[in-house]
Design a protein around this ligand. Structure first.
Ligand code: GLN
Length: 481
């Protein structure tokens, strides 16, 4: 089995470990070998913790030999570099956090650890999760392992490349405006952004706190469901985490049968998401996925999200405002880099000037501007109101259908280096993903095929708040075909 790592899923690894076909140390070593060998070209990782991972794997093997069992005992996973894993560096791909080692586990890490998972290393990302290409990383870009020479997407580009390139079986990502779904789409994997409040943000480097969610990036829908069973749930350490009962995500997925599993389900096609600027091949693949859903029993209907056109300006006001506040803590005093100066203000300025990249500075400036007196009402306050209208659009759509189906991104992965100096161009590519974050609802990207040039394309399914089980069921049905 270890000779077919490309085909191995999380569930497959769990079965193989339980059946004694291989040990966690053997599996971990095999993955570490691939990870290390691919660093020169793909560069999916900021840190590979070979020693730590092998020690955790050996411990998992010992526990299994002693008759213990746990949902992910000995199963290796990769973590985006913005979640604290005790003892591992955590930089959010920023030079300003170089040298910072996490003194504690984020709740997502603690949950994975309690489930027996092994932490392989830290995946590369856009600096502080600000971007959609992984090119703003302070440690160099990641290359798409499938569409070679192209961006893997971002900001969770390292996680997507690790899973899409079969270097890791699964990874966690974070999604503030599309950062799980867009790279999943570009790398041909499954990526789920859970409902806001479903998964704890405690111990995750905050990007835009009212939009951020942690979620799974996997090869299959069932693996995403398996991880959701571990990650989801209330956390008293995160005031925005919601105390809503956690359904069995994997059980929901495993109940999907053949025939017409989507019978009785109404799927809405938001007309604004199929408008101008959508690449022809992407449109054709997504429309084919909709047809498949229909053949599986779903009823399709056109729906409208009338304020979708305001999504980008609304998102880029709300998110930059929150980013400017959240990143104020990186001042050279408490964490990571310090550029020493006699005067404390001079030290802040020198540290931030040296430690933060251009895109980070751009967002902090934008966010400070929209929050400044005189502009607050014109920009920030107004954006909050439009955000409510956008949320109501989704509520109205879900009154008439169970799920929405749409493209994830307007175009397939573009070549590395292109649009790098064109922030607006990058921002516009988030047009189909930011809505779910602004509204808070759950959404996933599922592989829908590839363009003639072999670039993966995903289809996005969006569900109402806490609608993950139905979302995953539909994704599973589409995946089976
Ligand atoms: N691409 C979006 C941005 O740059 C989304 C980032 C994210 O989800 N973290 O803001």
């Amino acid at each position: 089995m270890l000779d077919d790592l490309d085909a191995m899923t999380l569930l497959g690894a769990r079965e193989g470990l339980r059946a004694g076909q291989f040990s966690s140390v053997e599996l971990t070593r095999a993955l570490l070998g691939r990870m290390e060998a691919s660093q020169g070209d793909i560069h999916a990782f900021v840190t590979i913790d070979a020693e730590g991972a092998l020690a955790q794997a050996a411990e998992a093997d010992r526990r299994r030999a002693a008759g213990e069992e746990a949902p992910l005992l000995g199963v290796p996973v990769a973590m985006k570099d913005n979640m604290n894993v005790a003892g591992q560096p955590c930089t959010a791909s920023s030079r300003i956090l170089e040298g910072y080692v996490a003194p504690y586990d984020a709740t997502v890490s603690a949950r994975l650890r309690a489930a027996g998972a092994v932490f392989l290393g830290r995946t590369n990302m856009d600096e502080f999760a600000l971007g959609s290409t992984t090119q703003t990383s302070g440690f160099g870009p990641t290359e798409n392992p499938v569409a070679r020479g192209c961006i893997p997407g971002g900001s969770s580009g390292g996680s997507a490349a690790a899973v899409g390139g079969n270097l890791a079986l699964a990874a966690l990502g974070t999604d503030t405006g599309g950062s799980i779904r867009q790279p999943a789409s570009h790398c041909g994997i499954v990526g789920l952004k859970p409902t806001y409040g479903r998964v704890s943000r405690y111990g995750v480097v905050a990007c835009a706190s009212s939009l951020d969610q942690v979620g799974p990036m996997t090869k299959t829908v069932a693996d995403a469901a398996l991880l959701m069973d571990v990650l989801a749930g209330h956390d008293p350490l995160d005031a925005t985490s919601l105390d809503v009962p956690v359904p069995g995500h994997l059980a929901a997925v495993e109940a999907v049968g053949g025939g017409r599993p989507l019978a009785g389900m109404t799927i809405g096609l938001p007309k604004e998401y199929f408008g101008e600027g959508l690449d022809g091949e992407v449109r054709a693949l997504v429309e084919a996925a909709a047809k498949r859903a229909e053949a599986l029993g779903a009823t399709l209907r056109e729906v409208s999200l009338p304020h979708a056109g305001y999504g980008i300006p609304t998102y880029y006001i709300c998110m930059t405002a929150e980013v400017s506040a959240n990143l104020a803590r990186f001042d050279g005093v408490r964490y990571g880099l310090r550029v020493p100066r006699e005067e404390v203000l001079a030290q802040y300025l020198a540290t931030r000037a040296q430690g933060m990249g251009a895109e980070v500075k751009r967002r902090v400036l934008l966010g400070t501007f929209v929050l400044s007196s005189g502009y607050y009402d014109a920009y920030y306050n107004r954006a909050q109101k439009v955000r409510t209208l956008i949320r109501r659009d989704f509520d109205a759509a879900f009154a008439g259908c169970d799920l929405l189906l749409s493209p994830v991104t307007p175009e397939p992965a573009w070549p590395l280096g292109v649009y790098q100096d064109d922030p607006i161009r990058n921002y516009l590519s988030d047009v189909l993903t930011v809505g779910a974050n602004l509204a808070g609802c759950c959404a996933l990207s599922l592989p829908a095929g590839a363009t003639a040039a072999g670039k993966p394309v995903g289809v996005q399914l969006t569900g109402p708040n806490f609608g993950e089980p139905a979302l995953l069921r539909a994704a599973r049905a589409l995946e089976l075909r």
